[in-house]
Design a protein around this ligand. Structure first.
Ligand SMILES: N[C@@H](CCC(=O)N[C@@H](CS)C(=O)NCC(=O)O)C(=O)O
Length: 217
């Protein structure tokens, strides 16, 4: 039986987008199952697969992997010939560090600018100092990786890696809330949003019927 990725609503579930886009970009065969979040019965449906009660969760036969970074590492272990992490040690160290920084951090940005691909970017949104500090740090991460490691392609380490997957929902948020970043980061965002896998996720998200409370369009 093939692998299955349990995800939340594609319009809103930033964590779900990360392993999904990595698997698509790397051509890994899988199916997905969307569990709409925060509906009656959502929690039970998620708990049937994921003991943490959170999505994403990858099901590979009798193995279940939850937590986004653990899923990305599982895929790197399962497919050692795919460059899910950069091969070069220095680039790989940075890719893992910035991915961990994303996984553990940026709470103000995540709380203040929730992913919502339907949002009209022309609607203004004031940023708090905490959010501005997060934006500055991410702009520095993106432009720094691009300058140091990005010469062989448009992504953080040239070719697409798990680090790009970790930041893909941030690209979505920056686009949806019209967040200003420097030119190298802007070009990086354009490259991520031009991926066929991005488009596929976005089309599916925009077509979903579920609307969250406090949804802004
Ligand atoms: N640390 C987790 C975070 C996962 C997470 O917060 N997922 C959200 C959706 S984006 C979720 O499952 N929410 C449902 C709930 O909390 O009931 C990871 O890395 O995967």
């Amino acid at each position: 039986m093939g692998m299955k990725l349990i995800v939340g609503n594609k319009n809103y579930s930033s964590w779900s987008m990360r392993p999904w886009i990595a698997m698509r970009v790397f051509g890994i065969d899988f199916t997905d199952e969307v569990i709409p979040l925060y509906q009656p019965g959502s929690r039970e449906k998620i708990l049937a697969h994921s003991p943490s009660g959170k999505v994403p969760c990858l099901i590979d036969g009798d193995i279940a992997v939850w937590e986004t970074l653990a899923i990305l590492d599982y895929l790197a272990d399962k497919f050692p010939n795919l460059p899910l992490w950069p091969k070069d040690m220095k680039a790989r160290a940075m890719a893992r560090a910035i991915s961990s920084e994303m996984h553990a951090g940026f709470a103000p940005l995540r709380n203040h600018l929730p992913m919502n691909m339907r949002r009209d970017p022309k609607r203004p949104r004031d940023l708090t100092p905490d959010v501005e500090a997060n934006v500055e740090r991410i702009d520095a991460i993106w432009s720094g990786a691009r300058a140091q490691f990005g010469k062989d392609g448009p992504f953080l380490f040239g070719a697409f890696t798990n680090a790009d997957a970790m930041y893909a929902p941030v690209v979505s948020r920056f686009a949806s809330y019209n967040i200003k970043v420097g030119e190298p980061s802007r070009r990086y965002m354009d490259a991520v949003m031009a991926l066929p896998a991005w488009k596929e996720w976005e089309v599916a998200g925009l077509a979903e019927p579920w609307i969250m409370q406090n949804n802004e369009v």
